[in-house]
Design a protein around this ligand. Structure first.
Ligand code: CP3
Length: 346
């Protein structure tokens, strides 16, 4: 299938583009009333994610409604632990919860390296249906959590400000932590490869909790495994988004991947200097900037585009869009990127 809009893929590979491509992390679900309407007919997030036709529908909504240059498959990073044998629940208004957590070597031994065509078939089916319905309009992004972020949830059992239970394991049982990370990494690699075979045109690795580790531990317990994932995926462009990992930007610049995501705390010019010219940068408007007036949103977006320049940039927020953001503000962000970045090249 020939893509009609492949801006994001060309930008990832460092090729020239007529304008800067734009999408938003967490664009599928969260902010759209059209999403909530579909979701409210079901028992909740998990049922929706496991119904491929509906998952495909909410994946495509932001392309139609917001005008973004890519779709991201509607799923969650926590489908991986479940596929390995550790089920999760989504508690309304509170987030994910794991009734059982990983505490011992016996717990790790019980986990399987998942076969994505079995345990994650519903995600792959959703990708196949989405690709058909998109009919080449925009590329489809596949994704997975970074092993360290998945580890955090599997050991902690839920979200947390500090993840101190998970971090305790890095000090008290580092070998056990590595054994668990090993199994997560192996599952993640086969899962991302399966997503690509099913039709994903690029993939992103979300290391949402990167910022809670000291630099030395970050390299040992997280980046090492991300590097393995990057090495295993050479068929499509790979984006690594490690939120809060400002201290590891130099090392990230050496990863065998195309794009590095920046969060909104990271200075753009400084990041470019540290990461070097060889990577595309993605980001990084403050998600809260979308609470501003229309003119403030447009102004902040133009400033961001000026700082990134006209090549090797994929416009995005510095983290996922917040649930109470007005979709109209997102449209202004998207429209400003499209118009202003085209004008800058003209
Ligand atoms: O980008 C997209 O819109 C695609 C879908 C997507 C979801 N989760 C759907 C979802 C993606 C890419 C994710 C990734 C994810 N999930 C991350 C990494 C990105 C990040 O934000 O840092 C993390 C840490 C999670 C774990 C998770 N899932 C949490 C903490 C929560 C509860 C809070 C929240 O985000 O709403 C979820 C639930 C979740 N994942 C929802 C959606 C649409 C809301 C569930 C609902 O509709 O009730």
């Amino acid at each position: 299938m020939q893509l009609k809009n492949d801006l994001i893929l060309r930008a990832a590979r460092g090729e020239k583009t007529e304008r800067t491509p734009v999408w938003l992390m967490r664009q599928a679900g969260r902010i759209l009333p059209e999403y909530r309407e579909i979701r409210n007919k079901l028992s909740g997030f998990i049922e929706l994610a496991q119904t491929p036709e509906l998952a495909a529908e909410v994946t495509i909504q932001p392309v139609d409604i917001l005008g973004v240059d890519a779709a991201i498959i509607f799923s969650d990073i926590l489908v991986v632990p479940e596929a390995m044998g550790l089920p999760y629940e989504m508690v309304e208004k509170r987030g994910p919860r794991f009734p059982e957590t990983i505490k011992s070597e016996a717990d790790v031994k019980k986990l399987r390296v998942a076969d994505p065509e079995e345990e994650l078939r519903y995600v792959l089916d959703a990708i196949r249906i989405t690709k058909k319905s998109l009919d080449g309009r925009v590329p489809l992004i596949g994704f997975a959590g970074a092993p360290f972020t998945i580890f955090c949830y599997m050991v902690e059992g839920s979200g947390s400000k500090t993840f101190s239970k998970a971090r305790k394991m890095l000090y008290k049982q580092p070998e056990l932590a590595h054994q668990l990370m090993r199994k997560i990494t192996d599952t993640t690699i086969t899962y991302l490869q399966a997503q690509i075979r099913a039709g994903a045109d690029m993939v992103q690795v979300f290391d949402s909790w990167a910022g809670i580790l000291p630099p030395g531990q970050y390299l040992e317990f997280s980046l090492k495994y991300i590097e393995e994932i990057c090495q295993a995926i050479r068929e499509v462009p790979v984006t690594v988004f490690a939120k809060g990992a400002f201290f590891a930007r130099e090392e990230m610049g050496r990863l065998p991947c195309e794009t590095i995501g920046l969060d909104w705390n990271m200075d753009i010019a400084e990041s470019r200097r540290i990461i070097g010219p060889g990577k595309t940068l993605q980001g990084n408007l403050d998600p809260c900037a979308l609470y501003g007036t229309d003119e403030q949103v447009a102004e902040a977006t133009r400033k961001m585009l000026d700082e990134f320049g006209t090549s090797r940039h994929i416009a995005n927020l510095g983290h996922g869009v917040y649930p109470d953001i007005d979709p109209e503000k997102v449209k202004i962000f998207v429209q400003t990127v499209k118009e202003y970045s085209a004008k800058k090249r003209g």
